[in-house]
Design a protein around this ligand. Sequence first.
Ligand code: URA
Length: 257
Amino acid sequence: MTKDTSEDPLGRMVLQELKSLERAGVTHLARGRREPSLDCPTPRDPTETTTSNPSDTDMAISSDRAAKQTQLDLIQKQVAGCPRCAELARTRTQTVFGMGNPDARLVFLGEAPGADEDAQGIPFVGRAGQLLTKIIEACTLSRNDVYILNILKCRPPGNRNPLPDEAANCREYLDGQLAIIRPEFIVCLGAVAAQNLLETDASIGRLRGKFHLFNGIRVLCTYHPAYLLRNPPAKRQVWDDMQLLMHEMGIELPEKR
Ligand code: URA
């Protein structure tokens, strides 16, 4: 039986958290577990792993991926019940943590969930998300190869821009995710993602087309797919940015598009 939680904010948050865990495949909870801290994991020492034959290499890769997923799951659990932004915690259907390969070389960073993402708990699933999927596939990759996340984990009411306080409240989660995934490249989709990550107020037009550095990660900024839906000619510039990115990643693109 589902309890009515409309008058009970705490119950509502617990329910959101349970739903998020269920989606992540958690079916049982241990009693009395302490909240995980968001301490960044110690960077891996590449000399630690002995890779004397291909199967050892495969094992090392998969266990690294599994370890990263476990660490991400801990932050996801914290995010699912996050009360930091009172308005967002009250109005969200659920949090949208992020999704993809926890060991990805490439991360796409958006702004905040919209209505579709809030309903499904998955980033970039609406119209803009479908265009992002096409962009990723045009780069000969799939959504499972990359990791997709947002500056905010909750939908701002009416899809308004994130407030500075909200971005600051959520920053610890984003930094934790990036410290675990340790991608080589981040693509910031739109001005909100780019300006928040890089802590600048430069326009997206000035930021795009070249690499920036964030904690040793190479960052490329480009237009948000929602902007491309309103302004299709800008797809040309996004494709130029993706070609630059693929070149730097050593990924060969088919000759003719
Ligand atoms: N726009 C974003 O910035 N992020 C999403 O997840 C969806 C739309």
